[in-house]
Ligand binder design. Structure first.
Ligand SMILES: Cc1cc2nc3c(=O)[nH]c(=O)nc-3n(C[C@H](O)[C@H](O)[C@H](O)COP(=O)(O)OP(=O)(O)OC[C@H]3O[C@@H](n4cnc5c(N)ncnc54)[C@H](O)[C@@H]3O)c2cc1C
Length: 392
């Protein structure tokens, strides 16, 4: 019997475990893999501002200062004065997060695949099952990512309708600029999505392709292999490439459609659909809202009330932070999904007009109202104004 059972030892689960344990709750994290981050399912791009906010150590990431964009007939690079993006060493970071949770007193049980739920007479959750083992608890946090195993077993959510599928190689390459990333757009790179090269530091890179589902039935791995073989766009600049590891993953892209608090139950991270749809990044939300969820859970346990209304503060807070931004980003995303190669060539010219901080706010979907209105009304380029009118 625990106060809080957390399903999933990804960034959301570990972060929730840390704050719940710090708040005095007895906490166990159940992770199906044999070790934390055994399988990497993410490219690990995030933002230095968030890394500092979370206290992630410096040896966990490679800073990125320049942002290259390639379309079939255009190439632009936005150069910043200081690095504001980063590519995480995913294993190191996720294991650091898990250690933080353990240091706070949470138990982490790996090799434990949650397969079912235990319910109270009133239908609310009372714990989970992993095969023949039972883990009873006052509260459950579903941090199982795309699989959303708890809410699916509870019958409160089904399969995601829209999602991204990504395939990626971690590789060593001859010629890497560790301070520059590349995003590649247009039909040849991905029929509904984009391809990328993210530098990991030294001569290491992650080269990948993401495809939007169900918009396209293309297999991202096949596209990736053919781009590597034809050495398309900036892949050519890498010289000889030696692949080291293959990554594959799925990320929800339905927007913020799910309720995230129920009696005795909270959803966080990908299982809550908390992702920026522009580049399908969710790690920073998983950590921040994971921490928030753990705090609210510990408070509710202390107060002896873990019904939906008592947990609602968590949902209200995270929605107030990102809901309108995500909705704006979805409008840009649907514009991007419909662009032809020629239109992408022109879109890059618009993006190139942005100052580095404008570009970063844009790609991070960090749309502050004042700034967006300014860009939509006063930017010297009409095309930029039109783009930001969409955001507004
Ligand atoms: C190809 C790809 C590239 C991406 N690139 C980026 C990026 O560059 N930057 C970014 O910010 N985001 C990126 N994302 C998204 C990012 O990976 C997620 O938003 C983030 O991992 C969400 O964290 P989470 O803890 O909610 O879920 P996850 O990281 O998926 O963690 C869930 C955990 O639950 C465990 N689990 C699942 N089912 C069970 C079960 N039944 N029992 C026990 N444990 C279970 C899993 O093994 C896993 O460890 C990418 C996603 C994909 C697919």
């Amino acid at each position: 019997m625990y106060d809080v059972v957390i399903v999933g030892g990804g960034p959301a689960g570990s972060s929730a475990a840390m704050t719940a344990a710090r708040g005095g709750a007895s906490v166990i994290v159940l992770e199906k893999e044999a070790s934390i981050a055994e399988t990497v399912r993410t490219s690990g791009v995030t933002w230095i501002q968030n890394i500092k906010e979370f206290g992630i150590p410096e040896d966990c990431y490679n800073p990125v200062r320049n942002f290259g964009f390639v379309s079939p007939n255009n190439e632009v690079v936005i150069q910043d004065e200081e690095p504001r993006a980063a590519v995480l060493d995913v294993r190191k970071t996720y294991r650091w997060l898990a250690r933080q949770a353990q240091d706070a007193g949470a138990e982490i049980r790996t090799g434990t695949n949650v397969t079912g739920v235990i319910k109270n007479d009133d239908g609310s959750i009372a714990g989970v099952r992993a095969g023949s083992e039972e883990f009873r608890s006052t509260m459950v946090i579903d941090a199982s990512g795309f699989a959303s195993v708890v809410c699916r077993e509870m019958g409160i959510a089904g399969q995601w309708e829209h999602f991204g599928a990504g395939a990626e190689y971690e590789a060593e390459a001859d010629t890497v600029d560790p301070g520059t990333w590349w995003l590649m757009v247009g039909e040849m790179y991905s029929p509904a999505g984009y391809a990328w090269i993210f530098p990991l530091g030294g001569n290491m890179v992650r080269i990948g392709v993401g495809v939007g589902k169900p918009e396209s039935d293309a297999d991202p791995r096949q596209i990736l292999d053919s781009l590597m073989e034809s050495r398309a766009g900036p892949i050519k600049k890498l010289g000889k490439i030696t692949t080291k590891e293959f990554h594959y993953g799925l990320i929800p892209n339905d927007g913020l459609t799910r309720r995230t608090v129920f009696d005795n139950l909270m959803l966080v991270g990908d299982s809550a659909g908390q992702a920026n749809p522009l580049v399908l990044e969710g790690i920073r939300y998983a950590i921040r809202f994971g921490r928030d969820a753990g705090r609210v859970a510990a408070g509710a346990i202390k107060a002896g009330r873990t019904d939906r209304d008592s947990l609602y503060k968590y949902e209200k807070d995270w929605r107030s932070q990102i809901e309108s931004k995500i909705n704006s980003a979805r409008r840009i995303q649907s514009r991007w999904m419909s662009l032809s190669d020629k239109e992408w060539d022109r879109e890059l010219d618009i993006i190139c007009e942005l100052e580095p901080d404008e570009f970063l706010d844009f790609i991070r979907a960090d749309f502050g109202i004042g700034r967006m209105v300014k860009l939509a009304v006063h930017h010297p380029k009409i095309a930029v104004r039109q783009l930001f009118r969409l955001v507004r």
